[in-house]
Ligand binder design. Structure first.
Ligand SMILES: Cc1cc2nc3c(=O)[nH]c(=O)nc-3n(C[C@H](O)[C@H](O)[C@H](O)COP(=O)(O)O)c2cc1C
Length: 214
C-alpha cells in the first residue's frame, strides 16, 4: 500500500516543501503518492486521503501557524473508523530555531489523535527558507538527514527519534549566537543582503516596512 504525502505549501511544486518531500522519498517514488493542497479541492483531497493507510503531511510555517489552505483541508478531514491508519507531519520554517513551530506541532499531535490515526510524529526543521534556491552542496547535511529519515520510515513506518532530534536543532539560539547575529545584522552582514536583493528584484524594497493590516 502506498503512503500519501500531502504538500501543504501554497507554492506547490515550486517551494522548499517540495524539495524536502523529494529528499524524503529519494528513489522510492513508486511507494508514494504526492498531492498538492494548492492544486486540489480540499473536500476531494480529504476524501481521497481515506484510501491510504499512512499519510504524511509536509508544510511550511507561515506566520507562526500553518498555511490557510492547510487549515481548509483539515476542516474537511473526517475521523477514521479504521484502526491501524497512521499520520505524521513534517513542518519546515524560515527562522533557524525550531521552537517557532512548537504550537503547530502541539496542534498536529492532537489532530492525529482526534482523527483516530496512530501518530507517527512531527518532524520540525527551521532555517529552510532558501533551500530550493541554494546549490545542492550547501544543503548536503540536511538532504542526507532527510534521506535517512525516509529510508527509516520505509522500513519501520516510524520517524527515527535521533534524526528527528538532529533536524530540530537548534531549538533555541544561544545568547552568544543571538548577540552575534544581532551585530552582524547591525553591520549589514546578514541574510538581509539576500532578502533585500529579492525585494529589489521584485521592485518592492521601498515597501519593506509596509503594514497593510495595521
Ligand atoms: C507568508 C509567509 C509567512 C512566513 N512566516 C514564517 C514564520 O512565521 N516563521 C518562520 O520561521 N518562517 C516563516 N516563513 C518562511 C517559510 O516558512 C519558509 O520560507 C518555508 O521554507 C517556505 O516553504 P515553501 O517554499 O514550501 O512555501 C514565512 C514565509 C511566508 C511566505
Amino acid at each position: 500500500m502506498k503512503t500519501l504525502i500531502i504538500n501543504g505549501s501554497p507554492k506547490g511544486r515550486n517551494g522548499n516543501t517540495e524539495v524536502i518531500i523529494e529528499k524524503f522519498i529519494g528513489s522510492a517514488k513508486n511507494l508514494y503518492q504526492v498531492c498538492y493542497v494548492a492544486n486540489e479541492d480540499p473536500l476531494k483531497l480529504a476524501e481521497y486521503m481515506k484510501r491510504f493507510d499512512a499519510v504524511i503531511i509536509v508544510m511550511p510555517l507561515y506566520i507562526h501557524a500553518m498555511p490557510g489552505i492547510m487549515m481548509k483541508l483539515i476542516e474537511c478531514m473526517e475521523r477514521t473508523i479504521d484502526d491501524g491508519k497512521s499520520m505524521g507531519f513534517i513542518v519546515q520554517s524560515g527562522f533557524r530555531e525550531s521552537e517557532h513551530s512548537k504550537y503547530l506541532k502541539r496542534y498536529l499531535t492532537a489532530l492525529a489523535h482526534k482523527l483516530n490515526y496512530t501518530y507517527i510524529g512531527t518532524v520540525v526543521r527551521g532555517g529552510s527558507a532558501g533551500i530550493c534556491m541554494m546549490p545542492e552542496k550547501m544543503n548536503k547535511k540536511l538532504f542526507k538527514q532527510l534521506q535517512n529519515l525516509g529510508e527509516h520510515f520505509r522500513l519501520t513506518r516510524t520517524f527515527h527519534g535521533d534524526i528527528v532530534e538532529e533536524l530540530a536543532k537548534p531549538i533555541r539560539l544561544s545568547k552568544g549566537m543571538s548577540m552575534l547575529l544581532y551585530f552582524l545584522f547591525k553591520l549589514g552582514i546578514s541574510d538581509s543582503i539576500f532578502w533585500n536583493g529579492m525585494l529589489k528584484k521584485n521592485n518592492a524594497l521601498d515597501r519593506k516596512f509596509d503594514r497593510p493590516f495595521a
